[in-house]
Write a protein that binds this ligand. Sequence first.
Ligand code: ZN
Length: 105
Amino acid sequence: MTNTKVPWCGTCGKTVTEILCHSCFEWWQKNDPEGTTQAENERAKIERLEALAETVKEFFKLLDTVEISSNDREFHPISISCCRNAMMEPLDCVLKSMKELSHNE
Ligand SMILES: [Zn+2]
């Protein structure tokens, strides 16, 4: 029995000189599991970002709610307070950016 090493397709085992035969190559091109996973991950990421954007919009809707008090004065039932002077400006920047980005559609 001669034991000459014959090249074969790594997927279907067909005797070909290439690592993949032509039909398996095409199959892998269309059905690459890594490519599919990557596409699913990207889709999941986009869905998460869209949900985050909606949540941020809801957050500002709540934060911007104005009510009239019994003595006819407008007030915000929800407000964000900060007891650190040095953190007020960065907090303001973050809120401004969040608001701008959430309305930018
Ligand atoms: Zn093959």
